[in-house]
Design a binder for this molecule. Structure first.
Ligand SMILES: [Zn+2]
Length: 154
């Protein structure tokens, strides 16, 4: 951490980090690790977090650590009308990233150069489907960090 004072996040929609199914996901993000549920019965990975395995309906699961590497599967450019905190940063990219560990695992997020960048920091027209990316975590409040994505060259 740089120790720099961060602006408080106001007006942004933040996840319910105490959601029963998703709480562990957010705790891992706050710890700088991207993890998804892995079924204890059949081994399938699943995301977003949910109570049971969509493949075998088992409830028991672990939290498997992913490499954090992924590929841009799709993207759009967000324009107003948006909530005020987002409209102020528009236009910005919204990407769907598939995990390189399991392409069935997809995350919705934003491409930035560094955690803490504004959402419009990266020109969305420089983003292409197939771009290789890696996760970075942006602390937004005490105990909560959002996964974002930055392009990688290898
Ligand atoms: Zn299963």
């Amino acid at each position: 951490m740089s120790g720099e004072a961060r602006q408080p996040v106001t007006g942004m929609l933040l996840p319910a980090a105490d959601d029963e199914d998703a709480a562990a996901f957010w705790r891992w993000c706050a710890a700088g690790e991207l993890r998804v549920q892995q079924c204890a019965a059949c081994g399938a990975l699943r995301f977003p977090p949910r109570p049971l395995c969509p493949h075998c309906r088992a409830f028991d699961h672990d939290w498997a650590r992913l490499s954090g590497r992924g590929t841009v599967w799709s993207w759009v450019v967000a324009h107003p009308p948006l909530l005020a905190a987002y409209a102020e940063q528009a236009p910005y990219n919204v990407v769907v990233v598939t995990s390189d560990d399991d392409p069935a695992i997809r995350f919705v997020g934003n491409i930035v150069e560094s955690p803490g960048d504004r959402l419009d920091h990266v020109d969305p027209h420089r983003i292409a489907i197939g771009d290789p990316v890696e996760v970075v975590f942006e602390p937004v409040e005490d105990g909560l960090a959002l996964p974002r994505w930055r392009r990688r060259t290898t």
